[in-house]
Design a protein around this ligand. Structure first.
Ligand code: ZN
Length: 140
């Protein structure tokens, strides 16, 4: 039997690589680089801690890929994807708002904490929250 076929047979019924294990391996590489840098600076204890965390991540990554409990691994991956997308959405929104700061101001609705965008330089304005409908006065 060729090597490739043996690997394929071995991986049958196992989880294999998914988004979470890819993120895990990238994180472990980053941690390994951080460990090398930290130890070269002379912080030996901190470097060893980083090294062990990276090692644990690599082990967890391979354990997940070889796991036969595909349903549970799938759930973990979905959880990770949801968290990642929420974090990405947050940063995209913040970047977009930061790009609009010259022309717009952002306020929080005092009642429901919804973020409301208004044009700048219009003096005192009455802002109506698009979510809950409550109105408040702000200087734009
Ligand atoms: Zn509101």
């Amino acid at each position: 039997m060729r090597f490739r076929e043996r690997i394929e047979r071995f991986m049958q019924g196992r989880n294999g690589p998914d988004a979470l294990s890819r993120a895990c391996s990238v994180a472990s590489i980053v941690l390994l680089i951080a460990a090398v840098v930290t130890q070269s600076v002379g912080a030996r204890v901190a470097g060893s801690i980083l090294w062990y965390v990276a090692l644990a991540l690599i082990i967890a990554c391979y354990w997940r890929m070889l796991s036969r409990n595909v349903t549970q691994r799938y759930r973990e991956n979905v959880k990770y994807l949801n968290l990642r997308d929420r974090a990405l959405g947050f940063f995209r929104r913040e970047f977009r708002h930061a790009g609009q700061l010259r022309t717009h101001r952002f306020f929080r609705c005092p009642r429901c904490a919804q973020r409301v965008r208004t044009p700048r330089g219009k003096g005192k304005i009455r802002v109506t929250c698009p979510r809950c409908g409550s109105a408040f006065i702000r200087r734009s």
